[in-house]
Design a protein. Structure first.
Length: 365
């Protein structure tokens, strides 16, 4: 095995701790060429598409990557910002804010972000940690609910990086936070803030990203964790059973996915006489193509064209104070036992007293 060239170990170097926030990823630009590269990497992951490789390779390169990039590029263009992809913008902001929160609590940390697909890659950021002297790294996939297709795929990439590294750092990971009290409180605060500004709809739709139903039967806990998040959020908001519903979006292909599906549910609610809905996506901590285009645009159109009167999308947690505080608490718990506290510096008065004692001691000698 050939190991990558890495920084020379320095005896006596103070060990440092890194925190890596990892999100799904984004294309570099809203163009067919960029989407082809991004989708090629994303859809080649065997954790994402669990069918025989040879068959899927033919479908992916013979059909999907010939047709889907142009369609996806148009969707990305509809939500692109001056700062680039919304997912990148929010992930960068969360990284910066987390660094600040942890620093205020006295933690001396290196905080970075990476994308499972696209840039910056997990491998490049792990290399950067080592270059900066990090000997302990906490991996934080920004997926509240665990799935083999998301959280486990992040760890696959981390372990693949580790295969070419001679001097491995200590590693920890956050596997899930679907029922974390701070995360649930942050979600509730975002809903309550929306209600305070816009009033409350008769139905709160909680839309999570979908997965093929077979993953549930194969042992993936994702479905159960989504339902628990929905239940805890409803309880926190004091909602009755008929005032909320959990749905699943982003179905791809002809296989049966987790139900109920989001868009058919929105249409059914409208046709049944529900005039107004609020929709939130608790499985995403930052707004992205799945929330801004699929829900806030396509979902809205589905509801309104089916007889609904008012559709309100409640933004993701993004840079909300409650969420960054919850994230810092989550990270803090997983860092326990690692020496991350910044060394206390003597106050100016103490330093002055020490200098005076040193002078007095020198004079006596």
């Amino acid at each position: 095995m050939t190991f990558a060239t890495e920084p020379r170990f320095q005896h006596g170097q103070a060990p440092r701790t890194g925190v890596l926030l990892v999100n799904l990823g984004t294309p570099e630009s809203p163009t067919p060429a960029a989407l082809r590269r991004y989708l090629g990497q994303f859809l080649s992951d065997p954790r994402v598409v669990e069918i025989p490789r040879a068959i899927w390779w033919l479908i992916l390169h013979g059909i999907v990557l010939r047709v889907r990039p142009a369609k996806s590029a148009a969707k990305y263009a509809s939500i692109w910002t001056t700062g680039g992809s919304p997912l990148r913008v929010w992930t960068e902001k969360q990284t910066t804010l987390l660094q600040g929160f942890m620093g205020e609590q006295g933690h001396d940390l290196i905080v970075k972000h990476a994308m499972r697909y696209g840039q910056p890659s997990i491998a490049s950021q792990m290399d950067a940690f080592k270059a900066e002297g990090a000997t302990r790294i906490l991996i934080v996939p920004l997926y509240p609910q665990y799935s083999g297709a998301t959280t486990a795929s992040v760890m696959d990439d981390v372990f693949d990086w580790g295969k070419r590294v001679r001097h491995l750092p200590e590693l920890r990971t956050v596997a899930r936070f679907h029922d974390d009290a701070g995360y649930i409180d942050a979600l509730a605060a975002s809903v309550q803030a929306h209600w305070a500004s816009h009033g409350r709809a008769g139905k709160l739709v909680m839309s999570f990203h979908g997965m093929p139903e077979r993953t549930l039967h194969l042992g993936d806990p994702y479905h159960c964790e989504c339902l628990k998040t929905g239940r805890l959020l409803a309880e926190r908001l004091g909602l009755k059973a008929d005032e909320h519903v959990v749905t699943f979006q982003s179905r791809f292909g002809k296989a049966k996915w987790l139900e109920p599906y989001t868009e058919p549910t929105l249409r059914a609610l409208a046709k049944a006489g529900t005039q107004r809905v609020d929709v939130i996506c608790p499985g995403f901590v930052g707004d992205c193509i799945e929330t801004l285009e699929e829900i806030a645009m396509e979902g809205k159109e589905a509801f309104l064209t089916s007889g609904g009167q008012e559709f309100n999308y409640i933004p993701c947690l993004n840079d909300r104070l409650e969420w960054i505080r919850a994230l810092s608490q989550l990270v803090g718990r997983h860092l326990q036992g690692w020496p991350t506290q910044r060394a206390a510096q003597p106050s100016p008065s103490v330093l002055a007293a020490q200098r005076e004692r040193a002078k007095a001691s020198g004079a006596k000698q």
